[in-house]
Design a protein around this ligand. Structure first.
Ligand code: SF4
Length: 361
């Protein structure tokens, strides 16, 4: 395939690029009219068009199944609105807030948990007035230790604007951590310029960058170089991965992804159970599958490579570890007629074998 130089944004462009069959055009145009589509040149190059189950295409090329809303799926699956005291802020936990600066991304994930809020046609960025209100809210709440820039993708901002925002936040004495959630180093690594890296660093607060990537092939040489530029600047990185059916729901792929993160000096942080976003059932696994994969991962890779499996509780009640649990209370063990160990625990080792942990003396 000849290299595609532009971001693809509609079904006709996807068909011209060979990412969908021409006869799919009309059906997928309806999907594109409902949920934003954008596939960057870096991603188009990564798709193997000969593979009908290509894990990169599955994440970014629209599917007619997205028009089917399943029971439990909602427009605001993690309950942002319920915890938004002012525009642009989500204050769910006492010590941290989300600050949603932009509503656009370089590429749109088909499973996006904010798919009803991001994309062209939505407000493109916080207005100056809304931004000032959001800053005032953060200033007024001295318990806010961490501000998480999310969106949309905050690295869609220009380096100049990002640097201004970082400086505004770092000037608030109680804000010590600024965390940036982004997919840009993977989907558009060229945006991670020296100016962008410089904008991430700010005096007065520590910056952390959380990279969203779901398949080891996303960590191309260019993506790795973009991450290296960030880490070399002294900015620690963590990862976020969404567990997706047909993309990374097998232990070999997950292992390769987690190893790739660690090789890039990115600490695996979260493995998310897919949120109940509308039209995403075909990409969701079950919670039991996620737990099973976590067990297998523990048997295959070092602790450095272990993410935490989490789910967001619908309604805005926050994130919760989703297991599996390795420790359970053992039922009473009787030996020679005596109660031996009420306080024992059952512990599962990395091979899945169960052991009893000795009772307290
Ligand atoms: S990068 Fe994040 S906000 Fe943007 S489309 Fe993907 S999941 Fe949604």
């Amino acid at each position: 395939m000849t290299a595609i130089a532009k971001t693809l944004r509609n079904a006709a462009e996807l068909a011209d690029a060979g990412l969908i069959a021409r006869q799919q055009r009309d059906a997928l145009e309806q999907v594109a009219a409902r949920y934003a589509v954008a596939i960057t040149p870096a991603l188009t190059e990564l798709v193997d068009t000969a593979d009908p189950d290509d894990p990169i295409a599955r994440q970014f090329v629209p599917d007619a199944a997205e028009l089917v809303v399943s029971p439990g799926e909602t427009a605001d699956p993690i309950g942002d609105h319920a915890h938004s005291p002012v525009e642009g802020i989500v204050h769910r936990y006492p010590d941290r807030v989300l600050l949603k600066l932009v509503h656009v991304c370089a590429a749109y994930c088909r499973f996006c948990f904010r798919r009803e809020m991001v994309g062209p046609g939505k407000a493109s960025a916080l207005s100056e007035g809304a931004y000032e209100n959001a800053l005032a809210y953060i200033r007024a709440h001295s318990g806010i230790w961490e501000v998480i820039l999310t969106g949309g993708d905050p690295l869609m901002l220009s380096p100049r604007r990002l640097a201004e925002i970082m400086a505004d936040l770092a000037a608030i004495g109680h804000v010590r951590i600024i965390r940036i959630h982004t997919r840009v180093p993977v989907v558009e690594p060229g945006r991670i310029s020296a100016e962008m890296v410089a904008a991430l660093r700010v005096a007065g607060a520590a910056t952390w960058v959380a990279l969203h990537a779901n398949h080891p092939r996303e960590l191309t040489a260019n993506a790795r170089a973009a991450c290296a530029a960030i880490v070399d600047a002294g900015i620690p990185m963590v990862s976020q991965t969404v567990l997706l059916r047909g993309v990374n729901d097998d232990e070999v792929t997950l292992e390769a992804l987690m190893r790739a993160f660690v090789e890039c000096r990115i600490k695996p942080y979260y493995l998310h159970h897919g949120d109940l976003a509308p039209g995403t059932l075909h990409l969701r696994t079950t919670i039991e599958q996620g737990q099973q994969l976590m067990r297998r991962l523990r048997g295959r890779v070092s602790g450095l490579c272990q993410p935490e499996f989490v789910l967001d509780i619908p309604g805005g009640h926050g994130k919760s570890p989703a297991g599996p649990s390795y420790l359970s209370q053992a039922s009473s063990v009787f030996e020679e007629g005596e109660l031996e160990a009420e306080t024992r625990y059952r512990v599962v080792d990395y091979c899945g074998d169960v052991h009893l942990y000795p009772p307290a003396p």
